[in-house]
Design a protein around this ligand. Structure first.
Ligand SMILES: *Cc1c(COP(=O)(O)O)cnc(C)c1O
Length: 394
């Protein structure tokens, strides 16, 4: 491990990732393949490395949010089919075709623009039709009022010479919620999806690959797995929501670590950090940790977060700065400069989860790992040993 890493780094446990993939594959309905969701640099874990592990486990497809992420996978040598969930400028139709990347087609207007640019480029673009069954984001609306019109539009698109329709998909709004009307809503979305697919198939569209299951649906709705499932967050060992906890066995993949830069004892009444929001109620031992909001440790954790040092919890004191913060290490024996500090992950018998941080700042754990900035080197572990380090700064 390079010495640069002795400030702040993220550990990515590839054994945990392998374990999670195996657990997910065991859960998938027979005949269901996996589209591993590696958008947003694999939720901050590193798309190239994560895709490498997924490929070793025979993952059929990769899912990304935009064309750059798809091209990056191609540049890393991945030959698997790749689906872009989001929009791509139609001007890039030729690039999509050349890179053999599949594009979500979500409206007639978009399909026309893509067809026109594909034709001009002399290219055929692989596409999956995106149905909006209740998420109200991208897609052809499938509610009763719009159903017929959407189906007619998709039939028209099926006649476009430069778009090849290989599949159809939708996305759930609240599959991770088991309370109130949420499960009914998920089933309603699935019913609309099935109805639309049945209608289109009856009209002669093959649409061989159907998919709708995100992580929560992989866990809880096996009847919705179909030809392909699209797990994201559970690959990374994180519950889609608290309600999903314990429904499938997986292990957190990412830990965020730093080190003690300095320790000092401060007297009662001493004020700490910007804005002096913390005042020591008695003499305490303060450790300075070289991690801040520019590393992705949210400033919203000011006065709320806690870290692990010496296997014990140490509260964050006052404001989180851009590059540093202070923690209270009073009573933790023998803390010294260079000691490892865990922002989330395990140390000794204790743990801090991404979900805990998310709860403290009023967000979801997805955002916690995505926020870890490019300033933080990623250290990839196999058998507890570093096998690769990615430093985006150097
Ligand atoms: C992000 C995303 C997923 C994965 O969602 P998770 O909750 O992380 O499993 C699946 N499908 C689409 C279209 C997405 O945008």
């Amino acid at each position: 491990m390079s010495d640069y890493l002795r400030r702040t780094w993220a550990e990515i446990d590839l054994d945990a990732l392998s374990y999670n993939v195996e657990q997910i594959q065991k859960r998938l309905a027979p005949g269901c393949g996996m589209l591993g969701v590696v958008k947003a640099d694999a939720y901050g874990h590193g798309a190239q490395q994560v895709a490498g592990v997924l490929a070793q486990h025979g993952t059929a497809w990769f899912g990304v949010s935009n064309i750059e992420e798809g091209v990056a996978l191609r540049n890393s040598g991945f030959a698997q089919p790749i689906l872009i969930f989001g929009t791509t400028p139609p001007e890039l139709a030729g690039e999509l075709a050349q890179q053999r990347i599949t594009q979500a087609v979500y409206s007639l207007e978009y399909a026309r623009a893509l067809q026109q640019k594909a034709e001009a480029a002399g290219a055929v673009v692989d596409c999956h039709i995106k149905l909006d069954t209740g998420m109200t984001r991208l897609g052809f609306l499938c509610d009763d009022g719009q159903f017929e019109r959407s189906m007619a539009e998709i039939e028209e698109i099926a006649g476009f010479a430069n778009l090849r329709l290989g599949g159809v998909f939708t996305h759930f709004a609240s599959a991770d919620d088991y309370e109130g009307d949420a499960p009914d809503y998920t089933r309603m979305q699935f019913d609309r999806f099935q109805q639309a697919v049945a209608h289109l198939r009856a009209r002669g569209l093959a649409l061989p690959v159907r998919h709708c299951a995100n992580s929560a649906a992989v866990i809880s709705y096996p009847e919705m797995h179909l030809e392909l499932a699209r797990p994201g967050i559970i690959l990374y060992g994180i519950d889609p929501s608290d309600q999903c906890a314990g429904r499938l066995d997986y292990r957190p993949v990412m830990s965020l670590k730093s080190t003690v830069a300095s320790i000092k004892r401060i007297g009662r009444g001493t004020q700490v950090s910007y804005g002096r929001t913390y005042r020591a109620p008695r003499d305490i031992d303060v450790a300075v940790v070289p991690i801040g909001y520019a590393d992705g440790y949210s400033r919203a954790l000011s006065g709320r977060g806690r870290m692990l040092v010496g296997g014990r919890y140490a509260p964050v004191l006052g404001r989180v700065c851009m590059d540093q913060l202070m923690i209270d290490v009073t009573g933790i024996p023998d803390v010294k400069r260079g000691d490892e500090v865990v922002a989330f992950g395990r140390q000794g018998g204790n743990a801090i989860t991404a979900a805990e941080l998310a709860e403290q700042i009023g967000t979801i754990p997805y955002e916690v790992t995505c926020l870890i900035s490019k300033r933080v080197p990623r250290v990839y572990l196999r058998g507890g040993r570093a096998v690769e380090v990615v430093n985006h700064i150097l």
